[in-house]
Design a protein around this ligand. Structure first.
Ligand code: ZN
Length: 157
């Protein structure tokens, strides 16, 4: 187990398309364990492997009840729309206004290679879309409408 260093948006690894996981082996399990520990330590909602410098399609998401492990996730379905503030562990201290679907259904594999589907609304849909974007090298700052102003930040705090 170990907490990994979270890369910031300046690092090239945040801007590359990640490769699918092919082997569901001990190395993957260690990566998932470390990512979960790193997410909890950083108080985040989601973390994608490229944020810790690994260019593989792996994501962890804290649903509030458990930490989901999504390997090779794919968006199956989205609907609706939400416009709201969004942050990223790789963009510390900032928040932006981002338009996302209000509902998202994702197909993924667990750490042993078993396929499953998961769906979410509102924050979870936003989080799935945000994390899956990371796997294609997209950071929310590239698709946001604008950053929140200091005044708006103070209101949220
Ligand atoms: Zn992020």
């Amino acid at each position: 187990m170990g907490i990994r260093k979270i890369m910031t948006v300046k690092e090239p690894c945040l801007h590359k398309v990640c490769r699918p996981v092919e082997k569901f082996d001990k190395k993957l399990h260690k990566l998932l364990d470390d990512m979960k520990e790193t997410l909890v330590d950083a108080n985040g909602v989601g973390l994608a492997a490229p944020q810790v410098g690994i260019l593989r399609r792996v994501v962890v998401v804290d649903t509030g009840e458990e930490i989901l492990e999504l390997v090779n996730p794919e968006l199956l379905e989205t609907s609706g729309e939400q416009v709201g503030s969004e942050g990223c562990l790789s963009v510390p201290g900032k928040y932006g206004i981002v338009k996302r679907p209000n509902y998202a259904k994702v197909r993924a594999y667990d750490r042993d290679g078993n396929e499953f589907e998961v769906e979410g609304e509102e924050l979870m849909a936003r989080c799935f879309c945000h994390e899956l974007d990371h796997l294609d090298g997209i950071v929310y700052t590239e698709i946001m409408e604008r950053y929140l102003t200091d005044e708006e930040l103070n209101e949220e705090a």
